[in-house]
Design a binder for this molecule. Structure first.
Ligand code: KIV
Length: 259
C-alpha cells in the first residue's frame, strides 16, 4: 500500500490494517504479511526500552528504530511517530526531526494532537512529507489527561474532537488515527472526513484498525482491554526457551555428531 492508495480505502468494504514495528526482525514479518501499513510508534519507548510511557522517546531513538524497520519493509508505507515535544520546539527543530525520520526511511510522520502546532503540520505537508494525524487518547498527553483515559465521552469534548479532525484534514493530513474514543463518535468522525480514519480502541465504524504488534501477539505484558490477542506469544516463546534450557542441562542439545 502506497500513500496514494489511502484515499481509495475510504470506501465501503475497504479497510486499512496497520501494525507497529520497531526492529528489523518483526518488521520483516510485517513486510511479508498482508498487513497494509507499518507504524514505527513511539510506543517503542515502552515496548522496546521498558519505559513507563511514550514520553521517553526521542527523535534519535525514533530514527534508529525507523532505519531498522525501513530496511525490512520495502513494500509498504512506513510511518514514524514524531516523539514527545518534537512538534513544540518551533519550526526549525520540528523540521530537523522530520528530516532525521525521513532520512532513516520514514515515508510519512504521525503527529499527536493539533492545538499549537497547526502551522508546523501545514509546513511539513507543504515540504512534501505526508502527515498522519492522531487524536483522542494521545499517549504523549497523559500528564494532561491524568492517565490513560478514553476521550470524547461528553458532548463538548466529542464536538472538539470532530472539529480538530476536520482541521487536520483541512491542513492536508492523509489519514487520522483515533485512539480510545466512543465507537459512535469514531463512526461520526469517520463519516465526516474524506481521509481514512484508523481506529484503536474506537470500535468498528472506522476505516481501519491499528494495533501494537507485541500486544496482538501476546508478547508484551497485559494489553489494554480492547486488544485482541491473535497469539499467546509469551507462552510460545517461554516454551521454546525452557525447552532449550532443559535440553542443554540434560546434554541433549546439541546432538552429538556421529563418527
Ligand atoms: O505509538 C504507537 O504505537 C501508536 C499507536 C498505538 C497508534 O501511536
Amino acid at each position: 500500500m502506497k500513500i496514494t492508495d489511502f484515499y481509495n480505502y475510504k470506501k465501503p468494504g475497504k479497510k486499512i490494517s496497520m501494525v507497529t514495528a520497531y526492529d528489523y526482525t518483526m518488521a520483516g514479518l510485517a513486510a511479508e504479511s498482508s498487513v497494509d501499513c507499518v507504524l514505527v510508534g513511539d510506543s517503542l519507548a515502552m515496548v522496546m526500552h521498558g519505559h513507563e510511557s511514550t514520553l521517553a522517546a526521542t527523535v534519535d531513538l525514533m530514527a534508529l528504530h525507523t532505519g531498522a524497520v525501513a530496511r525490512a519493509v520495502r513494500n509498504k508505507l512506513v510511518v514514524a511517530d514524531m516523539p514527545f515535544l518534537s512538534m513544540r520546539k518551533g519550526l526549525g527543530p520540528a523540521m530537523l526531526a522530520v528530516e532525521k525520520l525521513a532520512r532513516a526511511g520514514a515515508q510519512a510522520v504521525k503527529a499527536e494532537g493539533l492545538e499549537g502546532h497547526e502551522k508546523i503540520i501545514a509546513h511539513i505537508i507543504k515540504s512534501d512529507m505526508p502527515v498522519m494525524g492522531h487524536l483522542g487518547l494521545t499517549p504523549q498527553s497523559i500528564n494532561k489527561f491524568g492517565g490513560y483515559k478514553a476521550q470524547g465521552k461528553d458532548p463538548a469534548s466529542a464536538e472538539r474532537l470532530l472539529i480538530q479532525a476536520q482541521e487536520l484534514e483541512r491542513l492536508g493530513c492523509f489519514a487520522l488515527v483515533l485512539e480510545c474514543v466512543p465507537a459512535a463518535l469514531a463512526e461520526r468522525i469517520s463519516a465526516a472526513l474524506k481521509i481514512p480514519v484508523i481506529g484503536i480502541g474506537a470500535g468498528q465504524g472506522t476505516d481501519g484498525q491499528v494495533l501494537v504488534m507485541q500486544d496482538m501477539l501476546g508478547l508484551y505484558g497485559e494489553p489494554p482491554s480492547f486488544v485482541k490477542k491473535y497469539m499467546d506469544g509469551r507462552r510460545l516463546v517461554l516454551r521454546a526457551l525452557n525447552g532449550f534450557d532443559g535440553e542443554v542441562k540434560k546434554l541433549v542439545f546439541p546432538k552429538r555428531k556421529r563418527g
